[in-house]
Design a protein around this ligand. Structure first.
Ligand code: F6R
Length: 244
């Protein structure tokens, strides 16, 4: 694993931008694995800026998102598809036919099979990841087998409650109860992995991910087994590391 320690979120996002642009410039029809959440927001904004100023083209790029809530339409403001359009796709010259986010409707088991097939047919050149404070990657929570492929996830009661409070005006009925997520094996199949971790609340997970023994108790620790994984972290996320 390549560990890059930087000062803050801004520097982490700029380092990540350089790695993403390197992949895109070397392979203008690259397959990008993307993530949602607060962490990649500044990176996505920088990609939009770079496209506007330097003209980097995404016309032949294909994208594949890690996960999606099940039960929200793509135009629902809390869907990950909507997030991606707002934060990235709407301002790039990307062809929306080349944009892939697991579907949030229909038959969930069928969608898992279809999305998994799509990933097998389109090997990822890079997978971007954030990390949960418990070490989750995608919706792969502690206990998810390393061999897992695209699967449905039943959201924990606590997650549903948190999401209701944060995003659904306290209305639990509106919060999706399930999600579709790439599995850990799908993530590990990417040629290159780039994980960004910022903030003190990521420090414990980052310490285990880098210094612990790979274990399903901290899903991100599997990344130690990947031949080309870069972790970019700010000082706060790196604060518990002994070896770096
Ligand atoms: C996002 C995802 C999640 C997040 C993680 C960190 O598609 O799958 O695993 O990367 O929860 O979220 P933030 O960046 O909001 O701290």
């Amino acid at each position: 694993m390549k560990v890059i320690k930087v000062k803050d979120y801004e520097e982490a996002s700029q380092k990540a931008l350089n790695i993403m642009l390197d992949v895109i410039k070397n392979k203008p029809d690259a397959n990008l694995g993307l993530a949602t959440g607060s962490t990649p927001k500044r990176l996505y904004e920088s990609m939009r800026e770079d496209h506007r100023i330097n003209g980097t083209s995404y016309s032949d790029i294909k994208t594949f998102n890690l996960d999606e809530y099940f039960g929200l339409s793509p135009d629902h403001p809390q869907s990950y598809y909507y997030f991606m359009c707002q934060n990235l796709f709407d301002e790039l010259d990307i062809n929306l036919d080349n944009v892939h986010v697991p579907k949030g409707s229909g038959d969930i088991d069928e969608e898992c099979v279809n999305y998994n097939q799509l990933l097998n047919d389109n090997p990822l050149d890079i997978q971007l990841l954030g990390i949960g404070s418990n070490g989750h990657i995608g919706f792969n929570e502690p206990g998810t087998p390393f061999e897992s492929t695209t699967h449905k996830v039943d959201l924990k009661e606590s997650t549903i409650k948190d999401n209701a409070r944060l995003f659904f005006n306290g209305n639990e009925d509106e919060v999706p109860k399930q999600a579709v997520s790439m599995g850990i094996a799908n993530i590990m199949n990417a040629k290159k992995i780039l994980l960004i971790a910022c903030g003190q609340n990521k420090a414990k997970a980052i310490k285990y991910t880098i210094e612990g023994k790979p274990s399903i108790d901290v899903p991100a620790s599997v990344l130690q087994n990947h031949p080309d994984c870069t972790i970019i972290m700010d000082e706060a996320a790196a604060s518990l590391l002994e070896t770096h």
